[in-house]
Design a protein around this ligand. Sequence first.
Ligand code: IMP
Ligand code: MG
Length: 178
Amino acid sequence: MKPLLTETELLSGVARLAAEIRSSYRGRPLTMIGVMTGSVAFLADLMRRVELPLRVGVIQARSYRGGDTRPGELVIHSELVPEVQDRDVLLVDDIFDTGRTLTALVERISELGARSVRSCVLLSKPARVEVTYRPEFVGFEIPDRFVVGYGMDYLDAYRNLPYVAELEDVDLHRDQRP
Ligand code: IMP
Ligand code: MG
């Protein structure tokens, strides 16, 4: 595994995003909704640095791309989403890859009656984007590599790494499931 972003780099990126979010909402109350499970570490660090009246909730999105499920099918579990009617909502996700997940989530939250829906991602892989939607707040742009750590997983492993690392071919073929 090759380290890509250190803890220090991650936290300075988070601080920069928190400042951008704060100045963009100018003291208005904000509802931050983390996309489970990849955003846990990012959400926890970001929410503690955004100096605004803040509500925090989560939503789960899961896309099935292999096995015996239909490829690309996205399942959204919104049971845990707080009331968003007439609220300014900021979706928080780990990584903007093809962009399909976040595009669908923005649509879902809008349908629930939010006043505005924007999004903040820690990482973005511009080379892989397949949609016209773009997140308003982006921490770091990275090359088209599979990354883990700081909430992000490969087969449910590595979420607890405090830094972000690039998986190398040798890691992809080793069984690391916890
Ligand atoms: P999208 O719909 O293709 O943008 O998929 C976004 C989701 O796929 C992210 O929220 C992650 O959960 C997952 N994902 C995409 N790329 C990576 C990666 O490099 N490492 C870990 N998870 C990833
Ligand atoms: Mg995710």
